[in-house]
Design a protein around this ligand. Sequence first.
Ligand code: NAD
Length: 256
Amino acid sequence: MSVLDRFRLDGRVALITGGSKGLGECMAQGLAEAGANVAITSRHLDECRATAERIAQATGREVLPLQGDVTNEADVQATVAATLERFGQIDILINNAGTNVRDATLELSVEDWQRVLDVNLTGCFLYAKAVLPHMVARKYGRIINMSSIFGVVGFPARSPYTASKGGLLNMTRTWALEFAKDGITVNAICPGPFDTPMNRPLKNNPEAYQAFVSRIPMGRWGQLEELASVAVFLASDASSYITGAAILVDGGWTAQ
Ligand code: NAD
């Protein structure tokens, strides 16, 4: 097998949470371009269907749109069951769905704190718990958790986001250890700022946008394809000896 063939995902099946837009959409497209069939979940089925159709047409792969909230265990189990029913296997899980609240700590409500932890942390646990038994049975799996630079360093007015992304990083290491002998790798991606719907409030505020740019040694935000290629790497056999790792995709933010 040539080195480039090790990046191919032909015959693989991926399940990506929050795959209808933003980084989830671009990773779904990237994995499909590399040959995988993909299931994408979203709370909004119409949006999910439109994205699935677009990626399927662009790549010639099968893309299955599924409705589900990552914080609802019944939805998690139903979307995993639907993926297995359609494709017969799940090789790759990308825990991508995430949310953010940018309130100063003293203004933050307990409800907002809890919601961010529920989506960013508990949602990942629920999906891993639902998918891992199938991966263990097949002795193969790739789990990719979407953490953040804010899982590695702090930032003002990001209490629940930094807590959840830091927790997700260490949970990644725990799962990597727990399933290392089962042919399953578990890794995290830690992006810096990318232009997605989640970041529109920053992108549309010139001062906040520049404040972020000024902290990035490369002097610019990330481009979506710069994230998709890292996801393909971690989803493929090219990364077969990497587990428990956090890949920083941040233009140097955390190198300072
Ligand atoms: P986004 O808001 O553009 O998309 C997030 C996706 O998650 C959407 O499809 C949304 O519908 C889905 N989602 C949110 N809550 C959900 C729930 N309860 N159930 C199911 N789906 C839900 O965000 P994004 O920027 O594409 O971010 C994707 C992931 O990458 C997130 O985990 C985010 O924290 C992380 N991240 C993003 C950036 C960035 O710059 N965009 C940087 C670091 C980390």
